[in-house]
Design a protein around this ligand. Sequence first.
Ligand SMILES: Cc1cc2nc3c(=O)[nH]c(=O)nc-3n(C[C@H](O)[C@H](O)[C@H](O)COP(=O)(O)OP(=O)(O)OC[C@H]3O[C@@H](n4cnc5c(N)ncnc54)[C@H](O)[C@@H]3O)c2cc1C
Length: 91
Amino acid sequence: MFQKVEAARALSRAALIYNLNNTPPLTHYSIASKVFCTQTAFEVANDAVQILGGIGLSKEYPVEKIFRDARAALIEDGANDSLMITGAHCL
Ligand SMILES: Cc1cc2nc3c(=O)[nH]c(=O)nc-3n(C[C@H](O)[C@H](O)[C@H](O)COP(=O)(O)OP(=O)(O)OC[C@H]3O[C@@H](n4cnc5c(N)ncnc54)[C@H](O)[C@@H]3O)c2cc1C
Protein backbone atom coordinates (compact mmCIF):
# COMPACT_ATOMS: atom_id res chain seq x y z
CA MET A 1 0.00 0.00 0.00
CA PHE A 2 2.85 2.37 0.86
CA GLN A 3 4.64 1.59 -2.39
CA LYS A 4 1.48 2.18 -4.44
CA VAL A 5 0.75 5.53 -2.77
CA GLU A 6 4.32 6.74 -3.24
CA ALA A 7 4.32 5.62 -6.91
CA ALA A 8 1.05 7.51 -7.50
CA ARG A 9 2.45 10.63 -5.80
CA ALA A 10 5.59 10.44 -7.92
CA LEU A 11 3.64 10.15 -11.20
CA SER A 12 1.20 12.95 -10.35
CA ARG A 13 4.06 15.29 -9.39
CA ALA A 14 6.05 14.36 -12.51
CA ALA A 15 3.02 15.03 -14.75
CA LEU A 16 2.36 18.34 -12.98
CA ILE A 17 5.97 19.50 -13.31
CA TYR A 18 6.14 18.35 -16.95
CA ASN A 19 2.95 20.13 -17.98
CA LEU A 20 3.78 23.30 -16.05
CA ASN A 21 7.09 23.56 -17.88
CA ASN A 22 6.08 22.57 -21.43
CA THR A 23 3.91 24.32 -24.00
CA PRO A 24 1.54 22.92 -25.00
CA PRO A 25 1.01 20.68 -21.97
CA LEU A 26 0.54 17.00 -22.91
CA THR A 27 -2.95 15.67 -22.24
CA HIS A 28 -1.85 12.02 -22.03
CA TYR A 29 0.45 12.87 -19.10
CA SER A 30 -2.50 14.32 -17.20
CA ILE A 31 -4.76 11.40 -18.14
CA ALA A 32 -2.13 8.82 -17.15
CA SER A 33 -1.75 10.58 -13.81
CA LYS A 34 -5.51 10.78 -13.14
CA VAL A 35 -6.14 7.14 -14.10
CA PHE A 36 -3.13 5.73 -12.21
CA CYS A 37 -3.73 7.78 -9.04
CA THR A 38 -7.47 7.06 -8.81
CA GLN A 39 -6.95 3.35 -9.54
CA THR A 40 -4.23 3.26 -6.87
CA ALA A 41 -6.48 5.08 -4.38
CA PHE A 42 -9.24 2.55 -5.02
CA GLU A 43 -6.91 -0.45 -4.60
CA VAL A 44 -5.36 0.92 -1.41
CA ALA A 45 -8.74 1.89 0.08
CA ASN A 46 -10.04 -1.57 -0.82
CA ASP A 47 -7.06 -3.16 0.98
CA ALA A 48 -7.71 -0.93 4.01
CA VAL A 49 -11.34 -2.10 4.17
CA GLN A 50 -10.15 -5.71 3.94
CA ILE A 51 -7.60 -5.25 6.74
CA LEU A 52 -10.19 -3.73 9.08
CA GLY A 53 -12.88 -6.29 8.26
CA GLY A 54 -16.41 -5.23 9.25
CA ILE A 55 -15.16 -2.06 10.92
CA GLY A 56 -13.82 -0.97 7.54
CA LEU A 57 -17.40 -0.70 6.26
CA SER A 58 -18.80 1.08 9.35
CA LYS A 59 -19.69 4.75 8.92
CA GLU A 60 -18.18 5.42 12.38
CA TYR A 61 -14.68 5.09 10.90
CA PRO A 62 -13.12 7.10 8.06
CA VAL A 63 -12.07 4.20 5.84
CA GLU A 64 -15.65 3.63 4.64
CA LYS A 65 -15.80 7.24 3.37
CA ILE A 66 -12.33 7.01 1.82
CA PHE A 67 -13.39 3.84 0.00
CA ARG A 68 -16.59 5.46 -1.34
CA ASP A 69 -14.68 8.56 -2.45
CA ALA A 70 -12.02 6.42 -4.14
CA ARG A 71 -14.72 4.48 -6.02
CA ALA A 72 -16.33 7.74 -7.18
CA ALA A 73 -12.94 9.00 -8.38
CA LEU A 74 -12.82 6.18 -10.95
CA ILE A 75 -15.84 7.89 -12.59
CA GLU A 76 -15.69 11.61 -11.80
CA ASP A 77 -13.69 13.95 -14.04
CA GLY A 78 -14.09 11.36 -16.80
CA ALA A 79 -14.56 7.60 -16.34
CA ASN A 80 -11.15 5.95 -16.37
CA ASP A 81 -12.00 3.53 -19.19
CA SER A 82 -12.95 6.32 -21.56
CA LEU A 83 -10.06 8.51 -20.40
CA MET A 84 -7.60 5.73 -21.26
CA ILE A 85 -9.03 5.53 -24.79
CA THR A 86 -8.73 9.33 -25.10
CA GLY A 87 -5.16 9.21 -23.77
CA ALA A 88 -4.19 6.52 -26.27
CA HIS A 89 -5.42 8.74 -29.11
CA CYS A 90 -3.09 11.52 -27.88
CA LEU A 91 0.01 9.40 -28.51
C1 LIG B 1 -18.71 12.14 -7.21
C2 LIG B 1 -18.90 12.84 -8.53
C3 LIG B 1 -18.78 14.20 -8.61
C4 LIG B 1 -18.95 14.86 -9.83
N1 LIG B 1 -18.82 16.22 -9.86
C5 LIG B 1 -19.03 16.87 -11.01
C6 LIG B 1 -18.92 18.30 -11.08
O1 LIG B 1 -18.64 18.97 -10.08
N2 LIG B 1 -19.15 18.93 -12.24
C7 LIG B 1 -19.48 18.24 -13.38
O2 LIG B 1 -19.66 18.86 -14.42
N3 LIG B 1 -19.58 16.88 -13.35
C8 LIG B 1 -19.37 16.19 -12.21
N4 LIG B 1 -19.48 14.80 -12.18
C9 LIG B 1 -19.82 14.11 -13.41
C10 LIG B 1 -18.60 13.42 -13.98
O3 LIG B 1 -17.72 14.33 -14.60
C11 LIG B 1 -19.08 12.35 -14.99
O4 LIG B 1 -19.82 11.40 -14.23
C12 LIG B 1 -17.89 11.71 -15.67
O5 LIG B 1 -17.30 12.60 -16.60
C13 LIG B 1 -18.27 10.43 -16.40
O6 LIG B 1 -19.32 10.69 -17.31
P1 LIG B 1 -20.66 9.82 -17.28
O7 LIG B 1 -21.17 9.75 -15.87
O8 LIG B 1 -21.53 10.40 -18.34
O9 LIG B 1 -20.21 8.35 -17.64
P2 LIG B 1 -19.86 7.82 -19.10
O10 LIG B 1 -18.73 8.59 -19.70
O11 LIG B 1 -21.12 7.70 -19.90
O12 LIG B 1 -19.32 6.40 -18.71
C14 LIG B 1 -20.22 5.35 -18.30
C15 LIG B 1 -19.53 4.03 -18.53
O13 LIG B 1 -19.29 3.85 -19.91
C16 LIG B 1 -17.91 3.62 -20.14
N5 LIG B 1 -17.51 4.24 -21.41
C17 LIG B 1 -17.76 5.50 -21.81
N6 LIG B 1 -17.27 5.72 -23.03
C18 LIG B 1 -16.68 4.57 -23.43
C19 LIG B 1 -16.00 4.16 -24.60
N7 LIG B 1 -15.81 4.97 -25.63
N8 LIG B 1 -15.52 2.91 -24.64
C20 LIG B 1 -15.71 2.07 -23.61
N9 LIG B 1 -16.35 2.40 -22.48
C21 LIG B 1 -16.84 3.62 -22.39
C22 LIG B 1 -17.19 4.24 -18.97
O14 LIG B 1 -15.94 3.66 -18.74
C23 LIG B 1 -18.15 3.94 -17.83
O15 LIG B 1 -17.96 2.65 -17.35
C24 LIG B 1 -19.27 14.13 -10.99
C25 LIG B 1 -19.37 12.73 -10.91
C26 LIG B 1 -19.18 12.08 -9.72
C27 LIG B 1 -19.29 10.57 -9.67
